[in-house]
Design a protein around this ligand. Structure first.
Ligand code: BES
Ligand code: MN
Ligand code: ZN
Length: 497
């Protein structure tokens, strides 16, 4: 599918000659109301828009889309009213993003669209429109034939210059593309996306963006002592990889290490998972996909940073060559780990990657992974758990919330470290109990972060994959979380160090 052309509108909302004009509605105590800035559109409808929308059942709540024929009252053929929810505490960017997404989902197949939501928040309206329109049909032999959307015109907010608006449109488009790239990786099934093919695709994307690319294959990994990646990847006929992608911005202000878990399929290995929902483990490389897309984004937006993504990729399979519960692995850098459960594989490949990334002496290290089912139990399907060095952890969680990707700071309790003590090795890969499973995984990772490096670990086991229906701008399947958080953290570091 060719991406629609995204542009700043040249006509006003009432004058936009398009198939559909999208405006926002607000939920109030007295019923539905129009978004600020819709006065001229309302006037064109003789001031009867609220009355008409009410008669159609509109309430202004989120994920509500009501369409009405414009019949010549405005230049657009159809008026699309998308719910923003309550405006009692103002209208947040995330409300705009979701309303734009819901409208876009309802307009797949509409050729020309204009948006008035963008007057509330241009960046959010663009991101919501692109992400809401996302579909993944690569594996349908007969994809539903819908005409592609050719153009979306965004009406600019009143404040800010045309130059600023152009820059915002460009950044929002790039960020949304990074999210769709991530979704594409996640949605590609594990028979086609395995360590070798994932590494090839990541390397190709990196090269096209002008990044420095390094790919270690299984021979190089073994030779260099990547015991975690080799151990986990050993059970698969499709051998593991470690991909490194570097963006070196001009006048780089800081060095940032990104790491993402790239388990292309997680059966659990010899500690095999139950059959129910095992198919969802196609998404166990969501963290890897997110950091690959983010380092490419850093290049596209020319962040004044040096960003290196270190991405371990492996398939966790049971076989005669698989690692066993009871094995002791010597990790990259020399620490030893006793494997008590082969289903706690993510932390093993990540440990190798963290040690490697720390050799570059980064100013910040951010790692993200679909690491624990315990994250989903603790925080649900839509809120990521953020652990790590307290100040940086809090900064990452706050920036995540600011871009509408819910993130919550979680502790790394000291007492959990002793629960990872091993009879044989430096530490075990699981605690002997199931309490605080998300935190225990974080405590395990901490052992591999070099002294003094501010680091954050984002557990996205829940938020990375939507196994329910679509909502707002979130499609089914891969969501692309936490790409926008990572982008916000990079932008913040570029600005404030
Ligand atoms: N990939 C899973 C975690 C996961 C669970 C991601 C549900 C997305 C949805 C991870 O490798 C895993 O299996 N973790 C184990 C750890 C346990 C053995 C300590 C888990 O959470 O059960
Ligand atoms: Mn697992
Ligand atoms: Zn896993």
């Amino acid at each position: 599918m060719t991406a629609p052309k995204l542009a700043l509108a040249t006509a006003s909302a009432a004058e936009a000659a398009v198939d559909a004009l999208v405006i926002g509605t607000v939920r109030t105590e007295d019923g539905v109301a129009l978004q600020p800035g819709a006065e001229a559109v309302d006037a064109a409808f003789g001031g009867a828009l609220v009355e008409t929308l009410t008669a159609l059942g509109a309430t202004g709540k989120a994920d509500e889309v009501v369409k009405l024929p414009a019949l010549g009252k405005i230049k657009a053929t159809v008026l699309v009213a998308s719910g923003l929810g309550s405006a009692d505490e103002g209208i947040s960017g995330e409300q705009v993003r979701r309303a734009a997404g819901a409208a876009a989902r309802s307009l797949v197949g509409t050729a020309r669209i204009a948006s008035l939501l963008s007057t509330l928040d241009l960046q959010a309206a663009v991101e919501g429109a692109v992400l809401g329109a996302y579909t993944f049909t690569a594996y349908k032999s007969e994809p539903e034939k819908k005409n592609p959307t050719v153009k979306v015109d965004f009406i600019a907010p009143e404040d800010g210059s045309a130059k600023e608006h152009k820059a915002t449109l460009k950044a929002a488009t790039a960020i949304a593309e990074a999210v769709t790239t991530t979704r594409d990786f996640i949605n590609t099934p594990p028979n086609d996306l395995y360590p070798g093919s994932f590494a090839d695709k990541a390397a190709a994307l990196g090269r096209a963006a002008g990044l420095t690319v390094e790919v270690l294959d299984e021979k190089a990994l073994r030779k260099n002592g990547y015991g975690g990646i080799i151990g986990v990847g050993g059970g698969s006929a499709r051998p593991p990889r470690l991909v490194r992608l570097t963006w070196k911005g001009a006048r780089a202000k800081a060095k940032v290490a990104l790491i993402g878990k790239g388990i292309t399929f997680d059966t659990g290995g010899i500690s095999i998972k139950p059959a129910a929902s095992m198919d969802q483990m196609t998404s166990d490389m969501s963290g890897a996909a997110a950091v690959v897309a983010t380092v490419v984004l850093a290049a596209k937006l020319k962040y004044p940073l040096e960003v290196t993504a270190t991405v371990p990729m492996a398939e966790n399979m049971p076989s005669g060559d698989a690692y066993r519960p009871g094995d002791v692995l010597t990790m990259y850098g020399g620490k030893t780990v006793e494997v008590l459960n082969t289903d706690a594989e993510g932390r093993l490949i990540l440990a190798d990657a963290i040690v490697r990334a720390c050799e570059d002496a980064p100013d910040y290290l951010i790692e993200t992974s679909t690491l624990t089912g315990a994250q989903v139990v603790a925080l649900g399907k839509r809120t990521a758990g953020v652990m790590g060095e307290p100040a940086f952890r809090d900064r990452v969680a706050e920036l995540g919330r600011a871009v509408g990707e819910n993130a919550w700071a979680m502790p790394l309790p000291e007492e959990l470290r002793a629960d990872l003590d091993s009879r044989l090795a430096d530490l075990a890969n699981v605690a002997g109990h199931r309490w605080g499973g998300m935190l225990a995984a974080g405590v395990f990772l901490r052992e591999f972060v070099a002294e003094g490096v501010p680091w954050a670990h984002i557990d996205i086991a829940g938020p990375s994959f939507n196994d329910g229906g679509p909502w707002g701008y979130t499609s089914r399947g891969g969501t692309g979380v936490p790409v926008r958080t990572l982008a916000a953290v990079l932008a913040d570091i570029a600005e404030n160090g």
